[in-house]
Ligand binder design. Sequence first.
Ligand code: GLY
Length: 395
Amino acid sequence: MKQLLAIFLLFGTIGATAQVSKKKMLKIADESLAFSVKQYKHMMDSLPPNVLPRTTNAKTGRLETSNTSWWCSGFYPGTLWYLYEFSNDEKVKAEAVRTMELVEKEKNNKGTHDLGFMMYCSWGPQYNMYKDERAKEVLLTSARSLSTRFNPTVGCIKSWDHGKWKFPVIIDNMMNLELLFWATKISGDTSFRHIAVTHANTTIKNHFRPDYSSFHVIDYNPETGAVNEKKTAQGFNDASSWARGQAWGLYGYTVMFRETKSKVYLDQAVHIAEYMLNHPSMPADMIPYWDYNAPEIPNAVRDASAASITASALLELSTYVPKKAAVKYKNAATKMLVSLSSPAYRAKEGQNNNFILMHSTGHKMANSEVDVPLTYADYYYVEALMRYKQMEGKK
Ligand code: GLY
């Protein structure tokens, strides 16, 4: 009862979409992070050994887990690292280390482009906090494995080995470049950075439409580098804007600017942000529908993961742009975080299979992971809350 009252006092007077003050947002961030620590402690107490949390099974309502080769295996340890940074709770750290160790063997996985997500989210914090040699070795090996998927003729890292494609590259792949920048900084080997920059430049050339929305999949000819097809895999159709894809692009080009200081990437990130924030399908609570062109809007399911990723990216982007845009992006991110932190999206303690957020969508067209919790929605939500606090000097 006490908890319900606290939630009402926090949200009841401000509504889900109204702009909140810095003081109120900091209070929401602290309360939400404290909640997330409690929720993830329930998660760690209920998680079977040697697996990672993935989602809720839509049929059984039970927790669905994954092995370490699933693209999301790094998000649970990564979320725990952020929650440890917030709480200094040793139980949280122990679980981060335990599950990071589970993921370690994926450093040699050359069959996926997702090593940035898997390895940098899980082992990156270990290296960045403690500078230990083992984490360095794990991450450099991961960067080398990822680099084997780069084709200089195409100018991209190959995303998938499965499917009907010859050399598919998905917009999501922008998220794996941060690991390569890290690898060049640590090793002095500029080939990693070269791959990241080339991939980002090829993606700017081929993945975006004139309005700065992006295709999901570009299939290249691996011998000539020519574009075979511009398609979707998880969006509504080839011409639509799959919500999470737009979020990955925004986040990816924001990181590109952070790492290179090249204005081309900043402009790209700003254009993507403007596309999303001005889109007539963006709901009042700023939690995107699963696709900006979903025909069932306004009855379409939402994707809280797209909102978490977008909020985190907009907060960082707001630090690189002139004042007027900075205020706009920070306000938009804040609105998203207020909505996500409200009872409409944030679970109650001990419910939602102990995930933090509800209402994400993995692959609507395949009827897979529709309107469920997803481990990466939690990760980017917690990251965004930590970023907000850091930006306001309250780390
Ligand atoms: N990278 C896969 C997804 O966003 O669903």
